[in-house]
Design a protein around this ligand. Structure first.
Ligand SMILES: Cc1cc2nc3c(=O)[nH]c(=O)nc-3n(C[C@H](O)[C@H](O)[C@H](O)COP(=O)(O)OP(=O)(O)OC[C@H]3O[C@@H](n4cnc5c(N)ncnc54)[C@H](O)[C@@H]3O)c2cc1C
Ligand code: FES
Length: 266
């Protein structure tokens, strides 16, 4: 497990990539590395390091990938106030980073196909998993969005040696329909597979049900809103099948799909 850091990181790049999609690259001296699925808590406006220190609470963001020289990249969508402020950060300014945090994805076992299913911001949690699973297993990456503008990171995935399929609800890129349609087709090919899903809750639930119907294991990475990111505020609690709650920041964000009480997950 990599020990989390709490640092003010220098912004190297923060660029719009079409639609509401942005790419942020920061320098984090002594970055300890991360495992696929782990995240950081990002504050746009680190106290004492940039012009402002609001909003008060940081926002959770998946670590997309890392580069030599302790550079870390995040892909994000401008959603509300926190991400709008993040989009204003200029190269040379600093953002507060706490991480890496959370429970990571396990890599596929030998002989399994890895079926990665991403929608919305969830796509960002899957890139490093795809990169590290190559060589261990055949990797299929299935990305979905409402329209071509909403897709995130597809050029990066296309540059990997993976079997990449896209679906958009309006048919503007890839197959028209839902990304779970692609998953249904992939599972119908048979054989042993492990499903990894991150995205909107209905999408993850559908992916979990398809995997269960096919008798294959599934891991999901939940994207509940978070306040602290390390198990103190209890704000990220997710109901578990069989009773009780798991903290998405500490016990997740990655959970075995059958552990999640999908009926009661907000
Ligand atoms: C582990 C984890 C990893 C994440 N990784 C990424 C990533 O790599 N890229 C990315 O763009 N986003 C990611 N997210 C989601 C991201 O944290 C939220 O989009 C962000 O916090 C929204 O902040 P905001 O201030 O812009 O919006 P806010 O003003 O906080 O919220 C605007 C509206 O969205 C709702 N909302 C806030 N957070 C969420 C959420 N997580 N899910 C659904 N609705 C929400 C609020 O209730 C409110 O109605 C991740 C979330 C988690 C938990
Ligand atoms: S975000 Fe505070 S306990 Fe999980």
């Amino acid at each position: 497990m990599n020990t989390p850091l709490r640092v003010d990181a220098e912004v190297l790049e923060n660029a719009a990539e079409g639609g509401v999609n942005h790419r942020l690259r920061v320098a984090i001296p002594d970055w300890p590395g991360f495992a696929p699925g782990q995240f950081v808590m990002l504050s746009p406006g680190a106290r004492g390091a940039a012009e402002r220190d609001d909003p008060l609470l940081p926002r959770p963001m998946a670590v997309y990938r890392q580069y030599e020289g302790s550079q870390v990249e995040v892909l994000y969508k401008v959603h509300g106030r926190g991400t709008a402020l993040l989009a204003e950060a200029q190269p040379g300014q600093r953002v507060r980073v706490v991480g890496p945090l959370g429970r990571a994805f396990s890599l596929p076992e030998a002989g399994e196909r890895a079926l990665l299913v991403g929608g919305g911001t969830g796509v960002a949690s899957l890139y490093e998993l795809a990169a590290r699973a190559i060589g261990r297993a055949p990797v299929s990456v299935l990305l979905g969005a409402r329209s071509a503008d909403d897709l995130m990171g597809q050029d990066d995935f296309a540059a990997l040696d993976v079997d990449l399929h896209l679906a958009t609800e309006d048919g503007s890129r890839g197959q028209r329909g839902l990304v779970t349609d692609l998953l249904r087709e992939a599972l119908a090919q048979g054989g042993s597979a492990r499903v990894y899903a991150c995205g909107p809750t209905p999408m993850m639930r559908a992916a979990a049900e398809l995997a269960a119907d096919a008798g294959q294991p599934a891991l999901v990475s939940l994207e509940n809103p978070m306040a602290c990111g390390f198990g103190v505020c209890l704000g990220c609690a997710a109901p578990l099948a069989g009773g009780g709650f798991g903290l998405v920041c500490r016990d997740g964000p990655v959970f075995e799909a059958e552990r999640v009480d999908w009926e009661n997950l907000a």
